[in-house]
Design a protein around this ligand. Structure first.
Ligand code: HEM
Length: 406
């Protein structure tokens, strides 16, 4: 039996400077056992090698606990309101072949060429958001830019009307502390409102715009493909959720990293051609998604030299893998020229992030537009006054107060 260890991986203090804790975790070995809030006892893969091996081993580790002999999730789903329970029907909760079938329906929409063609639209949205800041000196970029860009882009992609954006923000705004059961329960009514709204708009003549992904998926269903209404709503909720928060915290965390590293900031101003490697370094250094969803051991086995039992739970601790000195030179340094940069921020294996091209494009455009428009932008006040949220698995700034002009 591996000892259950107690590391702080969710307080604002950890998120402000996670490296010392991540290094201590890795010093314990490639796998650390912890009791996580809400999730329970979990093995965390904390080195780059074990994390990648875990996420690529679909024989021994399943996403769906039923494939590891556990009926707990199925039982929980039976007692949850249907509106919430259907959210588990998405591709990220399934193993192949179900996973492949669901992912196959949206793969095309996220391919490189499709995303490249979306760049002018993303740039227009970024410019429109920045136009709203004209004449202002100090702003909270989190509230006024970093949240709105991914939200507007995913809504445009799905075909959700602009005028509904503020409603989503209100509904989902309370979901800020996912490590606290009380906070999760308090956020439920908002989640239920979003699911109801998505169900309504995804019906024919329900309000989703023609040409958007919702209309396309609904028509795919009509053409005889096996996407039920619940699966459609679950898929849209996944895209809607996965596409927003993650990218928001990449953009805000990345801008914060740049603004707090003067040398890197001057370098990118001198050579905006560095933006693509800068985005990769922000993905690694910020690690906005710190941890994967759980994986379940499918059979009793010896893995990495240790015995594990069917049904036990694992997760890839991406933030720890991303600063593993076995893989990265000077991993605590923020270096926008780092290349190669084999970070695991988008995961790996069959669940590798579907939206990685989109996230990269949004972050690159966000950095390019804001740095060009506000070359003298600076953080307001002391760096240490910046507040991080208490979150498990997501590294999230509460605010990003900046002075736009010198
Ligand atoms: C910085 C931004 C993003 C990060 C860091 C990120 C990270 C991740 C990670 C780590 C996974 C794998 C989770 C696991 O294996 O348990 C994942 C999966 C996924 N991501 Fe992202 N993501 C980002 C943006 C997006 C965007 C913009 C979209 C789409 C709009 C998206 C859609 C998805 C979907 C659908 C999956 C599930 C894929 C599957 O199960 O096959 N993500 N993402």
């Amino acid at each position: 039996m591996v000892e259950v260890r107690d590391f702080d991986i969710l307080t604002p203090g950890f998120h402000a400077n996670p490296f010392p804790t991540l290094d201590r975790m890795r010093a314990e070995g490639p796998i650390v056992r912890m009791k996580l809030p809400i999730i329970g006892r979990t093995y965390l893969a904390v080195t780059h090698d074990t994390c990648a091996a875990l996420l690529k081993d679909h024989e021994n580790f399943a996403r769906d606990p039923a494939n590891a002999g556990s009926r707990t999730q199925a039982r929980i789903l039976r007692v949850l309101p249907r509106t919430i329970g259907l959210l588990a029907l998405n591709m990220l909760g399934h193993d192949d072949p179900e996973h492949r079938r669901l992912r196959g329906l949206v793969d095309q929409a996220f391919m490189r060429r499709t995303i490249e063609a979306m760049r002018p639209m993303i740039s227009d949205i970024a410019d429109r958001l920045l136009d709203r800041l004209k004449g202002r000196t100090e702003v909270d970029l989190m509230a006024e830019f970093c949240r709105d860009l991914p939200l507007s882009v995913i809504c445009a992609m799905l075909g959700l009307p602009d005028q509904d954006h503020d409603r989503f923000k209100n509904w989902l705004g309370r979901l800020t502390d996912t490590a606290n059961m009380g906070a999760v329960i308090r956020a439920m009514p908002g989640v239920i409102s979003v699911v109801r709204y998505l169900r309504r708009v995804s019906r024919p003549a329900g309000g989703a715009l023609p040409g958007g992904l919702i209309a396309e998926l609904r028509d795919a269903e009509r053409d005889g493909q096996s996407l039920s209404e619940d699966e459609l709503v679950s898929m849209i909720f996944l895209l809607f959720g996965a596409g927003q928060e993650t990218t928001t915290h990449l953009i805000s965390g990345g801008l914060f990293a740049l603004l707090s590293h003067e040398d890197q900031l001057s370098q990118i101003h001198r050579d905006p051609g560095l933006i693509p490697t800068c985005v990769e370094e922000c993905l690694r250094y910020v690690s906005p998604v710190q941890m994967t969803k759980p994986r379940f051991v499918t059979r009793d086995l010896v893995w990495q030299g240790r015995q594990f039992r069917r049904g036990e739970m694992f997760a890839g601790f991406l933030a720890a893998a991303n600063c593993d000195p076995a893989r990265f030179e000077h991993p605590h340094d923020f270096d926008i020229t780092r290349h190669p940069n084999p970070h695991l921020s988008f995961g790996t294996g069959v669940h590798f992030c579907l939206g990685f091209q989109l996230a990269r494009a949004e972050a690159a455009i966000a950095f390019e537009r804001i740095l060009a428009r506000y070359p003298n932008m600076r953080l307001v006040g002391q760096e240490r006054k910046i507040e991080w949220r208490k979150r498990l698995g997501i590294r999230a700034l509460a605010r990003l107060p900046v002075r736009l002009v010198a």
